[in-house]
Design a binder for this molecule. Sequence first.
Ligand SMILES: O=C(O)c1cc(=O)[nH]c(=O)n1[C@@H]1O[C@H](COP(=O)(O)O)[C@@H](O)[C@H]1O
Length: 238
Amino acid sequence: MNHPLIVALDFSNKNEVFQFIDQFQDERLFVKVGMELFYQEGPQIIQEIKDKEHQIFLDLKLHDIPNTVYSAMKGLAKLGCDLVNVHAAGGKDMMMAALEGLEAGTKAGEVRPSCIAVTQLTSTSEQQMRSEQLIEATLQESVLHYSLIAQEAGIDGVVCSSHEVKILHHHLGKEFLTVTPGIRLNSDLVQDQKRVATPDEAREAGVSAIVVGRGITKAEDPYASYQAYKQAWEGVRI
Ligand SMILES: O=C(O)c1cc(=O)[nH]c(=O)n1[C@@H]1O[C@H](COP(=O)(O)O)[C@@H](O)[C@H]1O
């Protein structure tokens, strides 16, 4: 993965999606289709976006028993996305089933989508994690633990916040993908996110890909905002 800035297409219908995408005539984007859009427009939205030659992260965060996740991933693999995800809390067997489903559903001659596991949502604080999930470890320890079981299951990487990336690199190596939402420019509102970072901080932490939604899609000038995020994210990578 070549350090993409992934734009979260959190829109409720395809008119809004294409109004947004059509502003980027000269750019091949990496976009994220999440639950809001997928549940309302269905699987055909994926092909319509692919027809415009954009790369796709299908973010449905699967979390169910291994058999169900296997079958769901087998179906999703046929859509030909670049990246999909599961919740690491579903467990190692479930993550292995997800990968087997993806292998089974990928068309001959095509590469299976990369699969990453959500560790602790970026909208979760350490205090919430402790009181609501009854996890006594620190948030970093919990993210590291989920990442370790994801790696043992053969998963390609994780979704976490930029704050946990250095410790993941230390224990899991730099090849293991780290995809971080909760990205904000200093001038942006934090909204419902808890563990946020700027694009520069994410780059300095060595993040593989950042995910940006409202900071771009709800900006007065989405194209200018995308360019501002991209510039900050690309900076000078070491
Ligand atoms: O899996 C994700 O993409 C995800 C995981 C996570 O821990 N936090 C998180 O915010 N996301 C997604 O990343 C996007 C962030 O959007 P903004 O907060 O608007 O930038 C949303 O589409 C979320 O669904």
